[in-house]
Design a protein around this ligand. Structure first.
Ligand code: F6P
Length: 547
């Protein structure tokens, strides 16, 4: 399907925003707070257990009005409806984009090509629940009759980052009798380290791959099978008790030797980076049990409904997405820092990197025109307070503008003396310091000698969002992930790009396939790369003693 759309920069709201940016350039957040005692109330919104305070952004009510107009002029409402109704909005792959169906209630109706997909989604969830209950209860035993104690997910990208992040995030709710490991890298060390202290007789491998063709996953799965068979005396029938698969490709699963009865399916309308709540989440369900997994899906669904129905001015994903667009274009911000003040969310920034950068790292519009503006920023981050002792210096006093999303929880999952109040005080203090800064006058009043004053000045006026929830529950995790999924969608709509393909990963993969035999061949290969790549291949061959 080909569409021709008005260029983003031709929207009237875009032009007004460009003008407005010049007006707001010199306004300081300190001034904005001083002028309007109700600013904090004005710029907050709440949904699905998440409270968003976006008052520490360089915006006024005029900015917000113009950004909302930009959303309207970009037809965001119609595009949300198109996604939720199963239209093939992933135009370059001619697919629907329906991760929202993965968390729809059992009685919902969501059709793809006239077929309601919700019953299939729930059939897979039921199968996952039955399997998880059996493993957790010790009814699913290994080949030698031993209980399964270790679960190793083998996958990469969306088939790794989501379940890895969720297992870590929900560790508090997990069965501590089970050990979870994640193997993703084709670097053999990843497998070696994951398996080194595991007993094959008590180990279950989940081979997770949408396509079941991914080089890293297939190589690791093969290595895992060899390791298992070696450990269990070479009896091939052991594979059935120690390997299950998650995939859309039943034929390849079966060709690998995994019984399709032990396969959990999903569908081509679930993108890899949107799949942690599909069967790709079976490791998460094994860890936390079906009830907690269901609670996570409820949190996703609550945010989905909010995104679908709430007016844009109260719509958390829309607001978050528009703010990213605002800084990307009008303040030249190149990155967004995501800073969770919750140790259990330590993998959340890494998870978001795939979600956001694979989605909106695009250089052409939906109709194939080169964009004339920046698209997806770099997402990065680390949990607080660790980051404060490394890169926060640059955020506070460096020359770049780095919008920050702080994520905080009012209550600790495991209260421990003064720790949680200290953690909370730190996140609140960081947001305050970034916004207000510290003037030369204030520094001087503290008695600093003149020469030292400039070094101790904080400009402030550095924007941040605060996403606050009561505590980290499975529901909140679902809502948080859906918040970023839909914020990403909002940005993609404004930039008029396809947020649902990832062609940019193909070229490197194809070249690697060509280089593998060149490294492996016994005879010196005829190399036809650029001279740098040729030299590097020759050098690697020489070091390993090849011709
Ligand atoms: O290389 C990118 C990618 O296609 C991701 O989009 C995907 O999540 C990952 O590889 C893994 O793919 P698969 O689940 O098919 O193994």
């Amino acid at each position: 399907m080909r569409t021709t759309t008005r260029l983003l920069t031709a929207h009237p709201a875009w032009k007004s925003l460009s003008k407005h940016r010049r007006e707001i350039e010199r306004v300081h957040l300190r001034e904005l707070f001083a002028k309007d005692p109700k600013r904090a109330e004005r710029f907050t919104a709440e949904a699905a257990g998440l409270f968003l305070d976006y008052s520490k952004n360089r915006i006024t009510q005029v900015t917000l009005k113009l950004l909302l107009e930009l959303a309207e002029q970009s037809e965001l409402r119609a595009k949300i409806d198109a996604m939720f109704s199963g239209q093939r909005i992933n135009v370059t792959e001619d697919r629907a984009v329906l991760h929202v169906a993965l968390r729809a209630p059992r009685d919902a109706v969501i059709e793809v090509d006239g077929r309601n997909v919700v019953p299939e989604v729930h059939a897979v969830l039921d199968k996952m629940a039955d399997f998880s209950n059996r493993v957790r209860a010790g009814q699913w035993k290994g080949h030698t009759g031993k209980h399964i104690r270790n679960v190793v997910n083998i996958g990469i990208g969306g088939s790794d980052l989501g379940p890895l992040m969720a297992c870590e995030a929900l560790k508090h709710y997990s069965d501590r009798n089970l050990t979870f490991r994640f193997v993703s890298n084709v670097d053999g060390i990843d497998f070696v380290e994951a398996a080194r202290d595991l007993d094959p007789a008590g180990t279950l491998f989940i081979v997770s791959s949408k396509t079941f063709t991914t080089l890293e996953t297939m190589t690791n799965a093969q290595t895992a099978r060899d390791w298992l068979l070696k450990g269990l005396g070479g009896d091939h029938s052991a594979v059935a008790k120690h390997f299950v698969a998650v995939s859309t490709n039943a034929a390849r699963v079966s060709a690998f030797g995994i019984d399709p009865a032990n396969m959990f399916g999903f569908w081509d309308w679930v993108g890899g980076r949107y799949s942690m709540d599909s069967a790709i989440g079976v490791s998460t369900m094994l860890a936390v049990g079906p009830e907690n997994f269901k609670a996570m899906l409820n949190g996703f669904h609550e945010m989905d409904e909010h995104f679908r129905t709430a007016p844009f001015e109260q719509n958390l994903p829309v607001l978050l997405g528009l703010l990213t667009v605002w800084y990307t274009h009008f303040f030249d911000a190149q990155t967004v820092a995501v800073l969770p003040y919750e140790q259990y969310l330590k993998r959340f920034p890494a998870y978001l990197q795939q979600l956001t950068m694979e989605s909106n790292g695009k250089h052409v519009t939906l109709d194939g025109q080169q964009v004339t503006y920046d698209t997806g920023p770099v997402f990065w981050g680390e949990p607080g307070t660790n980051g404060q002792h490394s890169f926060y210096q640059l955020i506070h006093q460096g020359t770049r503008l780095i919008p920050c999303d702080f994520i905080a929880f009012a209550q600790a999952l495991v209260p421990l003396g003064p720790h949680h109040d200290m953690l909370l005080a730190n996140v609140l203090a960081q947001a305050e310091a970034l916004a207000s800064g510290k003037t030369a006058k204030e520094v001087k009043a503290e008695g600093a000698p003149d020469w030292l004053v400039p070094h101790r000045v904080f400009e402030g006026n550095r924007p941040s969002n605060m996403i606050l929830a009561e505590c980290l529950t499975p529901e909140i995790l679902g809502a948080l992930v859906a918040l970023y999924e839909h914020s990403d969608f909002t940005q993609g709509v404004i930039w008029n790009v396809n947020s649902f393909d990832q062609r940019g990963v193909e070229l490197g993969k194809a070249l690697a396939r060509r280089i593998i035999p060149e490294l492996e061949s016994e005879r010196a290969p005829r190399l036809k790369h650029d001279s740098s790549t040729n030299n590097l291949i020759r050098r690697c061959r020489q070091i390993k003693g090849a011709q």
